[in-house]
Ligand binder design. Structure first.
Ligand SMILES: Cc1cc2nc3c(=O)[nH]c(=O)nc-3n(C[C@H](O)[C@H](O)[C@H](O)COP(=O)(O)O)c2cc1C
Length: 435
């Protein structure tokens, strides 16, 4: 089983108003969570990315906190205070260039002794593009075309150094060979400035759930970060994604499937359920509930009572109040779903948002959670989990102190790191350079 720790940026999972929450920018927070993950012998530490602050009704909308530091810079600093933990950054292929990003990832891999991971994301939205003076420059249809060529080009660059030869102490890193890449997206040539990374290629992760996203992962990724946190959805996603690998001459074990999940632990199952309900209430304040409803209804609802009923009118599907987040595909259908739920369970607007937006994937005693993790992996619903804590940075303590030992007793999770690289933690082969 593989485990990773997510340091959430801005979302409605983290309860930033909790007095135990620390800064989302101060290095001490990142260091504390990473050290906990390493103490738990986790595979990697994972950072999301947002390239523009979200807005709603023209106002900055980041739940409780705003802003986050740049991931690769931060992970390089974490490399110095951790020893074995993999360090994975989400970095977009739409707003970067392969030469520069390959250089920065290779550098992280060198500085960390082979622990770098890259979560390839593909946002192409024009709102984010404005921060790069490229508003609307990439059609949605082209984003995976660019991503696929981007990753392939980065790999060509990492492979462009001849490995060190025995008896050449003057060239301990080998030597650069000229490269030339010519494709529809990129035409670049020269020599690469950084020696081949210790892992050969940093581990490539993919997050995105469309058909194209799954295909891209089957062709090019080592790990998928999914949102499928239930047994049923997990099994369907797992079977579908692993099936696609054969087309690319790959084996099922070559791609690890890791859903992002939350965990709430109590001494007993019922205590954990109570805590989970409390956390759900903290995650969705009245204001958060109104903003969530506005994203569907496309109307200012600030005069509504969050503890009252849902709006009686239907959404306007053509109005977009929120910028910078993935949009509900069909606001009318979503509103109908909310209305049915609210009526069936007698829920207020806020109660409906709590019910529909918060996923507490694993809730129970340490034994219950360990058993559930094991079941997911044994029955092909996941190869492991990316844990998203409710509190930063202390939110993983319970899992590391109370669940990990039970998994170790079951013999399904490592008690010590066997290797030093992220590839070795994940059981992935070391890529052989081409050319
Ligand atoms: C679990 C998960 C996590 C994601 N994390 C990020 C992120 O941190 N930054 C980002 O820009 N996009 C993120 N995305 C968005 C994807 O990269 C992609 O743009 C979006 O899912 C739409 O792609 P799709 O149509 O293939 O699903 C994430 C997607 C998923 C499913």
């Amino acid at each position: 089983m593989h485990l990773a720790a997510h340091f959430p940026g801005v979302n409605s999972t983290t309860v930033w108003t909790d007095p135990r929450s620390r800064s989302q920018i101060d290095f001490a927070s990142f260091e504390a969570l990473a050290r906990t993950a390493e103490r738990g012998r986790f595979d990697f530490f994972f950072l999301a990315e947002g390239l523009r602050l979200r807005e709603q009704k023209g106002l900055i909308h980041d739940l409780d906190v705003v802003g986050r530091p740049e991931s690769l810079t931060l992970l390089n600093a974490l490399a110095a205070v951790t020893d074995r933990l993999g360090l994975a950054a989400t970095v977009n292929t739409t707003f970067n260039e392969p030469y520069e990003l390959a250089r920065r990832l290779a550098t992280l891999d060198h500085l960390s002794g082979g622990r770098a991971g890259w979560n390839v994301v593909t946002s192409s939205d024009a709102f984010t593009g404005e921060n790069f003076r490229r508003g609307g420059y990439l059609d949605r249809a082209d984003r995976y075309t660019r991503a696929a060529e981007f990753v392939a080009t980065a790999r060509e660059l990492w492979d462009s150094w001849t490995p060190p030869e025995p008896g050449r102490p003057d060239a301990p890193y080998g030597s650069p060979r000229p490269f030339a890449h010519s494709g529809p997206q990129f035409r670049i040539e020269g020599e690469f400035t950084v020696a081949r990374p210790p892992q050969g290629h940093p581990v490539v992760i993919q997050a995105g759930d469309s058909d194209e996203g799954r295909e891209f992962a089957a062709a090019a990724a080592d790990v998928i970060f999914t949102r499928h946190g239930t047994l049923e959805a997990g099994r369907a996603f797992y079977a579908d994604t692993k099936r696609r690998l054969a087309t690319y001459g790959r084996k099922p074990a070559d791609l690890k499937i890791m859903p992002g999940v939350t965990v709430v632990i109590g001494d007993t199952d019922s205590e954990a359920q109570e805590r989970a309900a409390e956390i759900r209430g903290q995650q969705v304040s009245g204001q958060t509930a109104l903003l969530a409803a506005e994203q569907i209804w496309g109307r200012d609802l600030s005069s509504y009572d969050p503890d009252g009923p849902l709006p009686a009118f239907d959404p306007d599907p053509d109005v977009r109040l929120a910028q910078g987040r993935v949009r509900h595909a069909d606001p009318l259908a979503e509103a109908a779903r909310w209305r049915a739920l609210s009526e069936a369970k007698g829920l207020s607007l806020r109660g409906t948002v709590i019910e529909t937006t918060t996923r507490q994937s694993f809730v129970g005693s340490p034994e219950t959670v360990a058993e559930a993790f094991d079941t997911f992996v044994r029955t092909d619903a996941a190869d492991g989990f990316i844990l998203v804590p409710h509190l930063t940075p202390g939110g993983l303590d319970d899992v590391v102190d109370r669940v990990v030992p039970l998994l170790q007793e079951r013999g399904v999770f490592r008690t010590e790191y066997a290797g030093t690289t992220l590839r070795s933690h994940l059981g992935l082969p070391h890529p052989v350079p081409k050319g």
